[in-house]
Each structure stands twice: as structure tokens, then as C-alpha cells.
Design a binder for this molecule. Structure first.
Ligand code: 13P
Ligand code: SF4
Length: 359
């Protein structure tokens, strides 16, 4: 409609006038009217690196959610400002790991497991946080010998952790943790779930001592909706279908799919398919719809028949993007995300470990 067109024009005009002064980053789950203005469209890992690679820009406008903008702030230079166009764009999964609960969990685990390394010099437990977590949680990992992972490097990061620790405490997403550990041959019986509201996460001391990956009880409300029944139906309707799901989906859904991978993996798999193919995708609807529009040679549909957008990603309306860019032109930085200096120092340690684990 006319107003959407108008907003698009305002964004284009402001961006052209700002030139190299601004870099716009767009996560794959953003709507078309937003990503069409992004200098980089990518998954969390790619966008974190893009944020680090533009020291010349005075501002980074992050069209994504709060933890992504925090990460960009951690990786950019101190005189750059990172802007989240709508401050209400959070992530419900990231909010499931509260720093006080995580500190409390760590205290209980350290008391139970001690801090003595084994004969190979591996400490009892290494904390690993998914990128989808607050800077405070990343800082906790930095302080305690831990590391950050994304959905595109979780296995490499868990290998890094097992070189240094006998066990991993993985948060906030139980599904990414479980799916990655299963891929590495770790059995479900060695993956207790930690319920932060209960003593010892509701586990017996023996279960925790025998564990390999302790999974925090978090999840993504978008991805937990994908089920093996939806996959069975897709296979019935389209016998040749290729099913790809995100590793934030439950393990039984990943097991029923043909492949699983990050948003970057899904995008690449579709772009590289040489034959016209039918794809059933288990991830956020904005990405699936965009891929379908970009690849008319394939048939691409979302596994969930009920449209399932990430409601917080969707809070980045193009109106906010136009507003923050035009404000920059007037010398005003609006909706800046700035991580507290003390937290930032520790959080950078865990992010740098991740970036060094996989370039
Ligand atoms: P990736 O883009 O890293 O696959 O992450 C998906 C996601 O849920 C981001 O919030
Ligand atoms: Fe968070 Fe899930 Fe939305 Fe990603 S898709 S931002 S994990 S709620």
C-alpha cells in the first residue's frame, strides 16, 4: 500500500544520505519490507561477524532481537552505537535464562561436583550458552571458563567444551543442546533437564554426576510447534519432499526430518538444490515465505499450517527503521543498546572463544 511504499522510500533516502556512516543488519526472520534494506541478511553467527567487521560505521542498526543487538555492541568498537529499532523486540527464549537463576544453578553444581580437574585436566563442568541469551549470561560464561555457540556452530563449540570439561551445562535452549549432543553420540540418559525453580534442577545427585550435558529448561515458542505428525503429513502429501528443520525444534521432530540446520543452512540448502525440489521447512514463517518467493523453481512450504511468526522479530516494523535512520541524519541516536562495561568485558571473552573456535 501507499504508506508502506512511502516508508520504503524514506528508508532508502535516509540510507543513501548516511552512506558508510551506517550499516543495517537484518536477521533472516525479519519481514521482506525490512530485510530489503539490510546490507547483510544472515543468521546470528554471520551477523555477529558483520557487526565486528565495520569499524568505519558510526552506527549499526540491528533489525533483529535484543540479544543480537547486545552482541553487536560487544563486538563493535566503543565509539560505534548499536541501535535496535524497537526496544520491545526481545526473545522469549533468551528471557528463560535469568542471570540469578543461572548463578544459583552454578553454585549448586559446583558444590555437588567440586572444581577438581580429572586426570586429563578437564574441569567438572563447562557452561555453554546459546547466542540467544542476555549479555549477562554471556558474561557468566566468560567468567567461568565457558563459551557461546550459535545454531551453526553448536557441535564445534561442544567439542571445544569437552576438550576442557567432563560435562557441559547448556542454556537456555534445551532443544539445540539435546539435538547437538545426540548428533555427537551422547545418549539421552546422560542429558538431565535442569528446572531452575527446583533444588538441583529437580535431579538426583547421581544423575548429575553421571551426566554429560545438563540442559536448561528453555525453549523457543516458535520452533517447539513443529511436530513429527506434520512431517508425516508432508511426506504423505508430497512423497518426494525434502524436510529441513531448525535445531531449536524438539528432538523427535529433528529425527523425523531429513536434515536440520541454522537459518543459514536452510537458505543455502535451498539455493544449492540443482533440481526443482519440494521443501517442507520447520522454521519461522517470514523466512519460509521469502525463500518461497525467491525460488519459484522449487515448491517451498512451512511444516506448520498455522502461520507462526516470531512475534518479537515482527516488532521491527519498517516505520521504526525509517525513524531511527532519519534521527541519525539529525544527529540523534535513538534506541541505543549499550552493554554495561563490566558485563561486556566478561561477555566478550566467551564470544571471542566462539569466534576463535570456528572462524
Ligand atoms: P539462527 O539464525 O542462528 O539459525 O537462529 C535462529 C533464531 O531463532 C534466532 O533467534
Ligand atoms: Fe527467540 Fe524463537 Fe524468536 Fe528466535 S524465533 S528470536 S529463539 S522466540
Amino acid at each position: 500500500d501507499a504508506s508502506a511504499e512511502d516508508l520504503g522510500e524514506r528508508i532508502v533516502r535516509a540510507k543513501a544520505e548516511l552512506g558508510d556512516r551506517v550499516v543495517v543488519l537484518g536477521h533472516h526472520y525479519q519481514r521482506v519490507e525490512v530485510v530489503e534494506h539490510a546490507d547483510y541478511i544472515g543468521d546470528s553467527f554471520m551477523l555477529a561477524k558483520a557487526a565486528q567487521n565495520h569499524p568505519e560505521a558510526e552506527a549499526i542498526v540491528f533489525c533483529g532481537v535484543h540479544f543480537m543487538a547486545e552482541t553487536a555492541d560487544l563486538l563493535s568498537t566503543p565509539d560505534q552505537s548499536v541501535i535496535l529499532p524497537n526496544l520491545a523486540a526481545g526473545c522469549s527464549m533468551a528471557d528463560m535464562a535469568d542471570i540469578d537463576q543461572v548463578e544459583d544453578c552454578w553454585e549448586q553444581l559446583t558444590e555437588l561436583l567440586g572444581d577438581e580437574p580429572d586426570a586429563d585436566g578437564r574441569v567438572p563442568v563447562i557452561p555453554v550458552t546459546y547466542m540467544n541469551s542476555s549479555a549477562a549470561i554471556k558474561g557468566f560464561c566468560g567468567r567461568n571458563g565457558g563459551i557461546v555457540c550459535t545454531s551453526s556452530n553448536a557441535e564445534v563449540v561442544l567439542e571445544w567444551a569437552f576438550e576442557r570439561g567432563q560435562r557441559v551445562l547448556f542454556f537456555p535452549d534445551q532443544h539445540l543442546g539435546r539435538n547437538t549432543a545426540l548428533t555427537m553420540g551422547i545418549g539421552l540418559e546422560a542429558m538431565p533437564l535442569w528446572n531452575p525453580a527446583r533444588p538441583l534442577g529437580n535431579n538426583s545427585p547421581d544423575t548429575l554426576e553421571d551426566s554429560q550435558v545438563i540442559l536448561w529448561q528453555g525453549f523457543c515458542s516458535v520452533h517447539k510447534r513443529f511436530t513429527p505428525a506434520q512431517i508425516a503429513k508432508a511426506r504423505l502429501d508430497h512423497p518426494e519432499v525434502r524436510v529441513i528443520v531448525h535445531p531449536e525444534c524438539p528432538a523427535e521432530t529433528v529425527a523425523a526430518a531429513d536434515e536440520s540446520g541454522s537459518t543459514a543452512y536452510i537458505t543455502k540448502a535451498i539455493a544449492e538444490a540443482s533440481e526443482p525440489t519440494t521443501f517442507a521447512i520447520g522454521t519461522e514463517i517470514n523466512l519460509v515465505q521469502r525463500l518461497a518467493a525467491e525460488h519459484p523453481e522449487h515448491t517451498i512450504f512451512c511444516l506448520d499450517p498455522v502461520v507462526c511468526p516470531c512475534s518479537t522479530m515482527y516488532r521491527i516494523h519498517p516505520g521504526y527503521v525509517a525513524w531511527v535512520l532519519e534521527s541519525l541524519l539529525e544527529g540523534q541516536v535513538i534506541n541505543q543498546i549499550s552493554v554495561d562495561a563490566e558485563v561486556a568485558e566478561d561477555a566478550r571473552v566467551s564470544l571471542e572463544r566462539m569466534l576463535a573456535a570456528k572462524p
